[in-house]
Design a protein around this ligand. Structure first.
Ligand code: XMP
Length: 525
């Protein structure tokens, strides 16, 4: 295990992912975790991340006392990156100064010693790296040597081979450091002697073993499938482990896309053979949403209805089996886990609730279910890889995200008014199908149509019309936190708008949303 101690750098997740891409398992925990949280994971290598702090600020985060002694007596290797390097220097008796030479952005560094963290580079070899630091190392702790310096003469790489400590003042994990991956590779495989055995095939076998070992031979497990990638992959994995003792439910809340229920059920049943009960609760949801206009109220109603349906499902199952289900499967991913215990000073815990997001599968009130979260340590792209190994169809794995409250947040205002949902489904289908036909689906994070509660005047077949306006939204994004609108060619937009007005009765105007996030959000409600 390579353990990353997070001191709040925006690149910390990237370090974790880069190391995993080298087939080495890595995890990240808060940089101020107590010593036993670190030692209980028994890491072979520890990486101290960068961060926005200065080691001189009061309360700047640091590793616990006893850390260095534990590392020494357990043969562990340590790499400090940027702030992590400065922490090592300061805590081991060197000196860090508020920088005369601040270094930001692209820099050249030159190798001074050819026995080092930088591999078999020769003295005088140069490489381009990405720096971002205000403080600088001015005196190394005893036993440390400078391996490379920046073009301004600043310390860029250090090591103490005997103590197994290394440090880089720059960020090897970013693509702006072109030789950074080589450095990480050299550090892990040659310097630390780590093996590259972590991969998705092994992970499937391991996870199945863990699930089998956790769930008793008589225990039953339930799972709410949303039709999204995470819950589907999680359920498929659990099904491989315990077969028909898994019971899934898929809720049609009347807010699904065009033919969504049929398409999703086909994947569950035909491709994955998952035991799924499909509950048609559209009337129940829509009757509760009648007349509701406020977006947050809509979300809360939908969340509550999901839980009540899940509750009924679990109780019915209990009657049928003669015993309570013992576990609930959830498709929680690693970023959700990290976000819920953010490192100090990262600001990640100070965010405002912009919208109350919800996912299906809230815990029924009195079931006292234990959780199985088989994807808890994985990033989204790793879940997709896992899905591929589990034979989840590729097209399903690449689906754009779809919000839990479904089309309720894409019909502005009262979702039950007139045939708004029906119109929206038809428009959305034309838009998405056109995007697929044009080969653009995979370049877009999310695309959808929005039904606006306004009418405009038009002329169709020499007749004056007073019909609905729909908006098209397509965005690019890395994680949904920020987004830019997608630049379609005019010809494409022209074709789509024409097709919509010609084939969807009740629509006479199509507009495109060209705002980024921020200031907008991706969904309209
Ligand atoms: P916003 O609209 O907040 O959306 O910019 C960011 C991403 O989150 C999705 N989204 C949700 N997903 N439950 C979900 O599972 C929700 O309640 C929810 N609301 C928004 C949205 O589609 C986008 O991908």
């Amino acid at each position: 295990l390579v353990l990353i101690l997070d001191y709040g750098s925006q690149y910390t997740h990237l370090i974790t992912r880069r190391i995993r891409s080298l087939n080495v398992f890595s995890l990240c925990i808060s940089g101020t975790s107590p010593l036993d949280a670190i030692t209980s994971l028994n890491p072979k290598v520890i990486i101290l991340s960068g961060g926005p702090h200065s080691v001189h600020s009061p309360n700047s985060p640091t590793f616990p006392s006893g850390f260095v002694e534990w590392v020494q007596s357990n043969g562990c290797f340590v790499l400090g990156i940027c702030y992590g390097l400065q922490l090592i220097v300061q805590r081991l008796g060197g000196e860090v100064r508020v920088g005369e030479k601040q270094e930001y952005g692209r820099m050249e560094i030159e190798v001074e010693k050819n026995l080092g963290i930088l591999g078999n580079k020769k003295i005088g070899d140069r490489q381009v790296v990405w720096m971002s630091h205000g403080d600088e190392v001015v005196r190394l702790p005893e036993g440390f040597e400078v391996v490379a310096r920046s073009q301004q003469g600043g310390v860029a790489a250090v090591e103490n081979r005997e103590k197994r400590f290394c440090g880089l003042q720059y960020h090897p994990e970013v693509t702006h450091s072109p030789e950074g991956m080589d450095t990480l590779r050299y550090f892990l495989f040659d310097f630390c002697g780590v093996g590259a055995s972590w991969n998705m095939e092994n992970l499937v076998d391991e996870e199945i073993k863990v699930i089998k070992g956790t769930v008793g031979p008589e225990d039953h497990v339930i799972c709410a499938l949303s039709g999204g990638v995470d819950s589907t992959v999680a359920a498929t994995l659990v099904y491989k482990a315990i077969g028909d003792r898994l019971h899934c439910v898929f809720v049609d809340n009347g807010l699904l896309r065009y033919k969504e229920r049929e398409r999703v059920m086909e994947t569950f049943e035909r491709d994955l053979h998952l035991p799924v009960t499909c509950v048609d609760a559209s009337e129940q949801f829509l009757s509760k949403l009648k007349g509701v206009i406020d977006p947050e109220t809509k979300r809360k109603i939908i969340g509550k209805e999901f839980i009540s349906i899940f509750d009924v499902f679990a109780h019915d199952l209990e009657k049928k089996l003669g015993k309570k289900p013992a576990y609930l499967v959830q498709g929680t991913l690693y970023p959700d886990v990290i976000e819920s215990c953010p490192p100090p000073g990262s600001g990640r815990n100070h965010s405002h609730t912009i919208k109350s997001h919800h996912n299906v599968g809230g815990l029924p009130k009195d079931m006292k279910l234990k959780l199985i979260e088989p994807l808890k340590l994985l990033f989204k792209d790793e879940v997709r890889q896992l899905g591929r190994i589990l034979n989840v169809p590729g097209a399903f794995l690449k689906r754009h995200p779809f919000p839990g409250p479904g089309l309720a947040v894409r019909v502005l205002g009262d979702v039950t008014e007139g045939n708004a949902l029906d119109i929206l489904r038809q428009v959305d289908e034309i838009f998405i199908q056109s995007i697929k036909d044009a080969g653009l689906y995979d370049s877009i994070w999310q695309a959808f149509a929005v039904f606006l509660p306004v009418r405009s005047v038009g002329v169709q077949g020499d007749q004056r019309t007073h019909s609905h306006v729909v908006a098209l939204r397509a965005v690019t994004s890395q994680d949904g936190m920020t987004a830019d609108w997608y630049y379609f060619e005019h010809k494409f937009l022209d074709d789509v708008a024409r097709k919509i007005c010609n084939s969807v009765r009740g629509v006479n105007r199509v507009v495109q949303d060209i705002t980024s996030k921020p200031p907008s959000t991706i969904e309209w409600e």
